[in-house]
Design a protein around this ligand. Structure first.
Ligand code: COA
Length: 327
């Protein structure tokens, strides 16, 4: 449960961007393919109404890749920050669905954005974007000036579209932020990274295969580890749930978000939720929900924002961010 030393060189978010494939798959579309499910069941049990996907049932990926979505989101974030590509010092890309085993997808993204800088991928499943944010703050503490942090997944490529237990849950997308060094402590007030490898059997995907999941067990553990991680970050930051203006949880299931928020004592109108439109986009889910809240003007200078994710591994990660930073 690390506290951020007061002497640390800090960072703030100065730009953000998002990308979703054009192809939309509604719950009714899934039922129409012969899957034994219904819009009513999916909405009631998950909160998901539709998702964006690049490919479906072995059809060619007509609408992008992990790299192309990352490039689109990353470009927006760099433009919003008012930067030229050469000013970026590193790309940290969180993905669990890289386009190839080697090289890292971040190398393709670097080339696509016209950057010349360090570039590497992180895989911490659906907690990955929050892991990447912590790593990027660490790079800035050690002297980097500007980092592009991206969370992208194309889970449609590793989804079994015949399995109603998983097919209704997942989607594709990308979200990116630019982190820039500032004088003083910056925005990161507390953070926590966790993993419990003993739970890996509940959600996994062998190389070249599709995801296998024990939904009930993942649900049960997800609520517990999200709450644990969020509490550790809040303790490290010296704040309580009452101080949190906005929680940006991993977008897996509306009932998981509600259960975690209830246990944390955070009412749902302080939660950022986009999963009704996106499904579970893994690494992209937190930056997509964060960008949505920022675009809607839900966060002001000085507000505390809790990012909290969980995923296969089972991993969990959280950060407390003070919007705009502090000296
Ligand atoms: N449509 C219709 N019925 C479905 C269905 C679907 N898509 N999926 C499952 N069912 C059925 C089950 O077969 C079961 O039927 P039965 O009672 O006749 O056996 C019934 O609905 C209840 O299934 P259950 O698994 O108990 O549902 P649930 O309330 O636990 O919801 C999940 C299932 C997967 C939505 C839920 O467990 C979940 O969200 N888990 C976490 C998954 C997750 O977040 N994964 C990603 C982590 S990053």
């Amino acid at each position: 449960m690390p506290s951020v030393p007061g002497s640390t060189r800090g960072a703030v978010i100065t730009g953000w961007g998002t990308a979703l494939p054009e192809r939309v798959l509604t719950n009714d579309d899934l039922r129409d393919t012969g899957l034994d499910t219904s819009d009513e069941w999916i909405v009631e049990r998950t909160g998901i109404r539709e998702r964006h996907i690049i490919g479906f049932r072995g059809a060619p990926d007509v609408d992008g890749s992990t790299a192309s979505l990352s490039i689109a989101a990353g470009r927006q974030a760099i433009e919003m920050a008012g930067l030229e590509p050469h000013q970026i010092d590193a790309i940290v890309l969180s993905t669990t669905t890289p386009d190839r085993a080697v090289p890292a997808t971040s190398a393709t993204v670097q080339q696509g954005l016209g950057l010349r800088c360090g570039a590497f991928d992180i895989n911490a499943a659906c907690s990955g974007f929050t892991y990447a944010m912590v790593v990027a703050h660490g790079l800035i503490a050690m002297g980097s000036e500007r980092i592009l942090v991206i969370g992208t997944d194309t889970l449609s490529r590793i989804t079994d579209w015949q399995d109603r237990n998983t097919a209704v849950l997942f989607g594709d997308g990308s979200g990116a932020v630019v982190l820039e060094a500032v004088e003083g402590r910056g925005q990161l007030r507390g953070w926590d990274l966790d993993a419990d490898g003993s739970a890996e059997e509940y959600l996994y995907c062998e190389t070249g295969d599709v995801m296998k999941m024990e939904g009930k067990e993942v649900f049960r553990r997800a609520v517990r580890i999200m709450v644990d991680s969020a509490e550790k970050s809040m303790k490290a930051a010296g704040v309580t749930a009452d101080d949190i203006k906005l929680v940006v949880p991993h977008q897996a299931n509306a009932r998981i978000i509600k259960a975690a928020c209830d246990r944390l004592g955070i009412d749902m109108d302080r939660a950022a939720v986009v999963l009704d439109r996106t499904g579970n986009t893994s690494s992209a889910s937190i930056p997509l929900a964060l960008a949505d809240a920022l675009d809607a003007g839900r966060v002001s200078e000085g507000d505390l924002v809790l990012l909290v994710g969980f995923g296969a591994g089972m991993t969990a990660a959280s950060t407390i961010i003070e919007w705009g930073g502090s000296s």
